[in-house]
Design a protein around this ligand. Structure first.
Ligand SMILES: Nc1nc2c(ncn2[C@@H]2O[C@H](COP(=O)(O)OP(=O)(O)OP(=O)(O)O)[C@@H](O)[C@H]2O)c(=O)[nH]1
Length: 277
């Protein structure tokens, strides 16, 4: 897949997300983990059973069922690749950890290259894997990886630290880097001001960030990876993107057609407009 992302809808006019705003709709469920996803069964998928009897055959049969089920599921589950970029120390790792793991890590170290985290979510009855790429903020740890970050990306999250004006000013450089890697203007982007729990140290006023977000056609989320009361707000960052991506044309090969016992993958062309976000 190239950056064949959905048509952009204007995001800047939407509300800045703080506290209880942007709560996921009832149609949106965050599954606890990808293990859950595997446990949900094949959803009517075909099961291939080996011939013959006996215990071995039954064991084989059950592992074949599992393999077949997970294969069906992985073929049919769409994956949205979302990269998180911004200066070192702004909290990219903590935000991705909060979303995928539901907690704030006790200790973090500078990311080297990239870390992947994944979470299965259900949107309007469809299970989707949100694959979050937590990238290194330090130049020396990202050099060789930059091409990989941007390849086939579906959405981009720009993060700054509300207590560090420099991290906000540097957003321009991050946006340039993103544009320089042929990320289409139609790939959804959001802006995240992190560490809002440090209320006495805020250097980036909300109105300044909102202006910047509007100018770049992005939604702004001001949040804290650390404050557990903000966890739903952190979820909203990724869920709003997933909803937007789902609502528009498909990003991954999804439909499975079988002809003469062979599996053929075709690109889904359907467009849905009933996104809850
Ligand atoms: N107070 C507060 N501290 C935070 C928050 N998020 C992250 N931190 C702290 O900020 C520091 C950096 O967090 P990371 O998540 O490692 O930052 P990063 O952007 O991934 O850094 P790199 O991997 O170097 O790019 C850590 O000490 C975190 O504990 C937050 O919301 N509030």
């Amino acid at each position: 897949m190239t950056n064949d992302s959905p048509e952009e809808t204007r995001a800047g006019g939407g509300p800045r997300s703080t506290g209880p705003r942007n709560r996921p709709n009832d149609n949106v469920t965050i599954l606890t983990s990808s293990v859950d996803m595997m446990g949900r069964g094949p959803g009517g998928g075909r099961v291939h059973r080996p011939s013959g009897g006996g215990d071995n055959a039954s064991a084989l049969s059950s592992s074949s069922v599992e393999l077949s089920s997970s294969l069906e599921l992985s073929i049919q589950t769409r994956i949205f690749k979302i990269i998180v970029i911004g200066d070192s120390n702004v909290g990219k790792t903590c935000l991705t950890f909060r979303f995928t793991g539901g907690s704030f890590p006790d200790k973090t170290e500078a990311t080297i290259g990239v870390d992947f985290r994944e979470k299965a979510v259900e949107i309007e009855g469809e299970t989707i894997k949100v694959q979050v790429w937590d990238t290194a903020g330090q130049e020396r740890f990202r050099k060789s990886m930059v091409e990989h970050y941007y390849r086939n990306v579906h959405a981009v999250v720009f993060v700054y630290d509300v207590t560090k004006m420099n991290s906000f000013r540097n957003l321009q450089t991050w946006i340039q880097e993103c544009n320089g890697h042929r990320v289409s203007a139609s790939v959804p982007r959001v802006l995240v001001g992190n560490k809002c729990d440090l209320v006495d140290h805020i250097q980036v006023p909300s109105n300044m960030a909102l202006k910047f977000a509007d100018a770049h056609n992005m939604l702004l989320f001001e949040t804290s990876a650390k404050d557990p009361r903000e966890s739903q707000n952190v979820d909203s960052i990724f869920m709003s993107l997933a909803c937007r991506l789902k609502a528009q044309k498909s990003l991954l090969y999804r439909d499975v057609e079988r002809e003469d016992g062979r599996v053929r993958l075709t690109q889904e062309a359907e467009t849905k407009t009933n996104c809850p976000c």
